[in-house]
Design a protein around this ligand. Sequence first.
Ligand SMILES: [Zn+2]
Ligand SMILES: [Zn+2]
Length: 267
Amino acid sequence: MRYGGNTACVEVCLDDGSLIIFDAGTGIRPLGQALLAQPGPVRAHLFLSHAHWDHIQGIPFFTPAYVAGTELTILGPEHGQLTLEKIVTGQMRSPYFPIPMHAMAAKIEFVKLGEGSMVQLPNGATVEATMINHPGGTLGYRLTAGGKVLAYTTDNEPFGDVAASRHLVKPSHHVYLVRDADLLVQDAQYTPEEYAPHRVGWGHSTYLDALQIAQQAHVKRLVLFHHDPSHSDAEVDDIVTRCQAQIVQQGLDIECLGAAEGSVLVL
Ligand SMILES: [Zn+2]
Ligand SMILES: [Zn+2]
């Protein structure tokens, strides 16, 4: 009710008005409606972390994509022989969806990203990608703009067991990507009690994992993200409170909050 039930979607507005979106879960549907309520055509760079359904399922419901004049650049990883375009358009093919993606009126371009990709945006902002630890792989992103750094690392298990995780990336890679970030949006799906032993290798973090990454990377603000769908508002409150207590106990200088639908943070 308070933290929200939509799946992952983060909107970033830069000083010059340009628009970046991280992931296209169901949250991109209300975002699309908000964008259409503003004047002018919608132009956005949409960075997908990976193709798990909760990160792409909102695309068919992103209304600006059906409007002529919209320009959408979709960037993300490929999967084996599957191109990014096939991954994204595939979910709109029959029998999954009634309208094929090519029926969308927007100008849509696909850009393949992988380990170490660096994207230069027209306004001087950059987005760097690094593979992080998740079954099938996930790209973590580091956006640098106007002297500020926002890191977006959802769906990852940085300290996962080698045997249990099929795509083990060293935690140091993850830490390097998010180093000195002004804001880190980081997976914190589980409590430690929920994580071990049953959910090891499922590709998600506890709030203690999230805090450890933030601490090692000297992050200033940590947003606990990708809440477990079974958690109530009170349970998410409890996770945030426990994480904040850890920060005090360890004498760290990190601000911690829980990602909540509609919340706006200024960097
Ligand atoms: Zn995933
Ligand atoms: Zn996910």
